[in-house]
Design a protein around this ligand. Structure first.
Ligand SMILES: Cc1cc2nc3c(=O)[nH]c(=O)nc-3n(C[C@H](O)[C@H](O)[C@H](O)COP(=O)(O)OP(=O)(O)OC[C@H]3O[C@@H](n4cnc5c(N)ncnc54)[C@H](O)[C@@H]3O)c2cc1C
Ligand code: SF4
Length: 595
């Protein structure tokens, strides 16, 4: 059963002879927000999306029980997901000599891979080269928002003005006061669940009803208070009280949130198509063309300004062009860098918007791996509780380098965590056999708790992507080459993550079952940021504070590539708040004829 109030609007044939007010490339969080804001201000917008439009409810099947699926949710034979070892022992392009018919990123190896096999890209068609990197991509209308983990956090001036605090890198050209009204708009329009904590380094949102913490989580929260740390209910980009949007229902705490790589077929969890794109289509101002892979931003030879986008039809491989007065790139951090670098012309020999030589550089994200698993002994053998089917567990915000300086590293990290009874018990490694074993598993099922950290990776000019001189994708478009690795600051931070995870469980009287110290491959966080950073100086930045190219005034890049530093908070809510702010500005400039 699914509960979708209204079917998506029809997608009519696209007229490529029209000159649109704006062309948006990409339909994820960033592109969806650009389309929403610009169409609501009356601009005629064409959205080009490389992936297909999926019948996403049929893909996600959130209410399907494992026993209703022939392979308990696994993808059919011939589908292979890359493992941690493959990422590290081998080098990209990982799928090149694979005997498997289809190869996916590691996310395709989570339980329920059948539900995402048409959303994630097949690495065979989408190779890349260079240093190890676990690059997770989704090519479908809505991009990664179809399956994102929904943790929706704000940044603060601890992030925007980090250089002023510790001297490293660059400050953002905006402060929290500039973006706060736009975070509020995103909260109101899309819905976010959470609990107010009043922390200066993790500002509260305009929350709807939060998740209930489990008994283990309450125990941890109480123990952390005297340490000046907080375990707060997961701040989920999920509407729990409902929003005014006929394509979305409110969360009623069921479904596959916790047991598959995301996805909510009633769209209580935000996704770009139902949250942003379909309502934008209903204004009559948005034209959508899926299966349209952009490979060059076209330039007017007289003015050097953007005049349109060259793309290939992803199905027919036919080359086509779309015309626009403004071009908005929102293909996700790394794909946007690729598109800018591919767009070489006489006026922009280094790639469009790249006179600073900073496109592709200052690439940053979050380091992951360290964490801990614990056992809350007094919960063993207790009555089962219903903890499955909720948008998330809890979040412990950053506590390092706020009021005092930590030894050995700059910036900080936060923890995501969970506990309680889930459809698959965590305790299957209990000793025993037969009915005794079953009893052990049931007794321990709700007593475990785990936390895993996400830490800020410092932006460094030398961490970069560039265009590979020879390798091409299945459409003949040159691909990215990675030259990216964690540095000493990240490694020292990772050691501290494991130590503090253990310390917090011990303080709460939670028995340590295991401490993870291993750092996961670069890219694992799926939070790639910073390849076209904003700044006030055109020599050291690509975009101004409105994500507008310093070089080409009718070119905007509104995704995570504009971020000046990664912070340690998950980026999607910030991507959307910034895109809203920039598109407000864009629409004003457009009306004045200033673009
Ligand atoms: C499993 C998973 C869990 C996650 N959990 C969280 C979380 O808890 N919190 C959080 O904040 N973030 C999370 N993320 C990350 C989040 O999904 C991204 O930050 C967000 O989707 C970025 O939005 P975007 O628009 O920049 O990119 P995307 O959502 O990737 O959208 C980009 C779109 O552009 C299209 N495109 C790419 N190249 C081209 C081209 N050349 N021409 C035309 N179209 C193109 C793509 O097909 C895609 O549809 C998670 C991601 C995944 C996969
Ligand atoms: S728990 Fe809520 S957000 Fe998650 S799948 Fe179910 S309805 Fe959707």
């Amino acid at each position: 059963m699914t509960l979708v109030v209204s079917p998506p609007p029809d997608i009519p044939e696209v007229d490529l002879t029209t000159t649109y007010d704006a062309i948006v490339v990409g339909s994820g969080a960033a592109g969806g927000m650009a389309a929403h804001v610009l169409t609501s201000k009356g601009l005629k917008v064409l959205m080009l999306e490389a992936g297909k439009k999926l019948n996403v409810e049929a893909e996600l099947r959130s209410m399907q029980w494992p026993y209703e699926h022939p392979r308990r949710g696994d993808a059919p034979p011939g589908f292979h997901a890359l493992s941690f070892n493959e990422y590290n022992i081998r080098k990209p392009p990982y799928a090149q000599k694979s005997a498997y018919k289809h190869v996916y990123s590691y996310v395709g190896g989570w339980g329920g891979s059948d539900y995402v096999k048409n959303i994630l890209v097949d690495e065979k068609d989408h190779p890349y080269s260079g240093t190890p990197y676990a690059w997770v991509r989704a090519r479908a209308l809505g991009g990664k928002t179809n399956i994102w983990g929904r943790l929706a956090l704000r940044l603060s001036d601890y992030d925007f003005k980090a250089k002023s605090r510790d001297g490293y890198g660059e400050d953002w050209p905006i402060s929290y006061a500039d973006i706060e009204p736009y975070y509020d708009r995103v909260d109101r329009y899309l819905g976010i669940s959470g609990h107010k904590e009043g922390l200066p380094h993790l500002p509260d949102s305009l929350f709807q009803r939060p998740n209930k913490l489990t008994a283990a989580e309450v125990k941890l929260r109480n123990a952390l208070k005297p340490m000046g740390r907080t375990a707060t209910p997961y701040r989920a980009g999920v509407t729990t009280d409902g929003v005014k949007n006929k394509y979305r229902s409110k969360c009623f705490g069921r479904g596959a949130c916790q047991r598959r790589p995301g996805g909510c077929d009633i769209h209580a969890a935000f996704d770009s198509p139902t949250g942003l794109i379909y309502p934008a289509m209903d204004t009559g101002n948005l034209t959508l063309r899926t299966n349209s892979t952009a490979h060059e931003i076209l330039v007017d030879p007289k003015t050097g300004k953007a005049r349109g986008v060259a793309f290939v039809d992803s199905v027919t491989h036919k080359s086509l062009e779309a015309k626009g007065k403004v071009v908005i790139v929102a293909a996700s951090t790394l794909e946007s860098a690729r598109l800018l670098l591919l767009s070489k012309s006489r006026q922009h020999p280094n790639g469009i918007g790249n006179s600073s030589d900073h496109v592709g550089h200052n690439f940053c994200e979050h380091i992951m791996g360290p964490g801990a698993t614990g056992l809350v002994k007094e919960l063993v053998g207790k009555q089962p509780t219903l903890d499955d089917g909720k948008p998330g567990g809890f979040y412990i915000p950053r506590f390092r380098n706020l009021t005092e300086k930590s030894d050995g590293f700059l910036r900080g990290y936060g923890f995501e965590g969970g506990s309680g009874q889930t459809i698959y018990p965590w305790s299957t490694n209990r000793p025993g056999f037969g009915s005794q074993y079953k009893k052990e598993v049931r007794d321990y099922a709700g007593a475990f708790i785990n936390i895993g950290a996400f830490g800020e990776v410092l932006p460094r000019y030398e961490n970069q992507v560039s265009i590979d001189p020879t390798l091409k994708d299945a459409w003949g478009i040159p691909v990215l080459k990675f030259d990216y690795k964690f540095g000493d600051n990240e490694k020292k931070m990772a050691e501290d993550m494991a130590t503090s995870a253990k310390e917090m469980f011990e303080a709460a009287g939670i028995e340590i079952v295991g401490v993870d110290r291993e750092v996961l491959t670069e890219g694992w966080s799926i939070h790639e940021l910073g390849t076209s950073r904003m700044g006030n100086d055109p020599k050291t930045s690509v975009l101004n504070q409105f994500q507008q190219s310093h070089d080409v005034k009718n070119l905007f890049v509104v995704d995570g590539s504009s971020h000046v530093s990664a912070s340690c908070q998950n980026p999607t809510w910030t991507i959307m708040a910034l895109a809203w702010r920039s598109c407000d500005h864009l629409a004003d400039e457009f009306r004045k004829g200033d673009l």
